[in-house]
Design a protein around this ligand. Sequence first.
Ligand code: IYR
Length: 216
Amino acid sequence: MIPYHAVDPGLPSDAAARRFYEFMKQRRNVRMFSDRPVPFETIEWIIRAAGSAPSGANKQPWRFVVVGDPGVKKQIREAAEAEEREFYHRRATPQWLKDLAPLGTDENKGYLEVAPWLIVMFRLAKDDPDEHAEHGQVYYPVESAGIAAGFLLAAVHHAGLVALTHTPSPMGFLSKLLGRPDHERPFLLIPVGYPAENCVVPDITRKPLDKIMVRV
Ligand code: IYR
């Protein structure tokens, strides 16, 4: 065990918490990206932040595959759009389509080529192999990856960039296209970049506190 030192926000906790809320509520999922370049080093810092998340038994069951190559981005776009065509025209239930309508989404995913970076996040179903090719266990990998994804989105926002939590379904094509091993399972496809100049987002709201919190 080593000593733990809390951060000093320099403000009372309620003011500090409120400031962070005001910052985070500005974050939005964005589907209109600029092709303005983002340095790779920025992406590295964002992924370090994501990788600082807590995880089951500290197994850190995640991998972040960073795609900047235009040819690979094109392949991902084409494969994602093929799945999305199936989704919008066959797989989605009428209720699902109705629930998505306010977001104005469709099968066209041009942003997968426009955004300078795609972070393809995988969760590990087993730990990475050791020198004897033995895979250790991981614990709560979905919860762990979800927490790391939240850290990643906050880090993107903090850097003045935007992202989208995109889940083309099924996502198996990402394993194939990126040549990932079987113990890595596609989790989220996250384009990252600057917003387009004319970027707009759906006019949606978040539930108020009394709808999400219960005090006992
Ligand atoms: N994957 C599709 C559909 C979609 C599903 C959900 I749940 C969303 O919150 C948004 C979209 C798409 O990306 O268009």
